[in-house]
Design a protein around this ligand. Structure first.
Ligand code: DX5
Ligand code: ZN
Length: 218
């Protein structure tokens, strides 16, 4: 079953609660939370306080994408009753295996993201321990960028690896996803689709969520 995770980075922050309830009601499977620290990526977004406020709303579970250095120091802040996944970057973790164990020990699922320049092979020895692999199809830091097509090949590689070796991680894509390319990404073997500007930039956000869901299920 394919899943949609709209990124609130492109939401209207003056109406965040309302918009997050809207996408959740429309069928968003996860709420994708982009946390940026101005060090790992050249931008600053928002932190755990925003998630804690949103917990008061009727919303889908969080898929938390930490684009930050030293994620271990901050994990506890992002673990709330609505947190499903915490995803860290391979490039930000010197002791990635330990970080993943750490996340799992706190009772949430763990994920690893790889930047466009990072090969799938960099994950070889954590694939068995990881619940989710996030393939970045833009360089992280900003919404509204153009999809980098080499991400498709990485998704195919990951899908093949999990079939060959019996791993049970899910594959997520993030960056530049639109109604026009989501089908190709789904066909490559992707399970969870992040979309920011293509969802929140739509005139009718609810309708756009439904269009995405129809398109990804083919
Ligand atoms: C990029 C973020 C993405 C971004 C996606 O650093 O991780 O989640 O918000 O936005 P779009 O869909 O507009 O590329
Ligand atoms: Zn993201």
């Amino acid at each position: 079953m394919k899943k949609l995770a709209p990124s609130i980075l492109s939401a209207d922050f003056s109406r965040l609660g309302e918009q997050v309830e809207l996408i959740s009601r429309a069928g968003a499977d996860y709420v994708h939370v982009d946390v940026m620290d101005g060090h790992f990526v050249p931008n600053i977004s928002f932190g755990a306080a925003v998630m804690k406020s949103l917990n008061k709303c009727h919303i889908s579970p969080y898929d938390v994408h930490l684009m930050i250095e030293r994620p271990d120091d901050y994990l506890d802040n992002f673990i709330t009753e609505k947190t499903a996944y915490i995803v860290v970057h391979q490039e930000a973790c010197v002791h990635l295996h330990r970080t993943l164990q750490n996340i799992k020990s706190k009772g949430v699922k763990c994920g690893v993201a790889i930047n466009p320049a990072t090969p799938v092979s960099a994950l070889e020895w954590v694939l068995a321990e990881t619940d989710l692999i996030l393939v970045m199809s833009v360089n992280p830091g900003f919404g509204g960028q153009k999809f980098i097509p080499s991400a498709l090949e990485k998704i195919r590689q990951l899908d093949q690896l999990r079939k060959q070796k019996g791993y049970d991680f899910v594959i997520e894509i993030d960056g530049g996803i639109t109604l026009d390319n989501i089908r190709d990404v789904a066909d490559a073997g992707c399970d969870i689709f992040v979309a920011g500007s293509a969802v929140f930039g739509a005139e009718d956000i609810e309708k756009r969520v439904q269009e995405f869901k129809e398109r990804m299920d083919g």
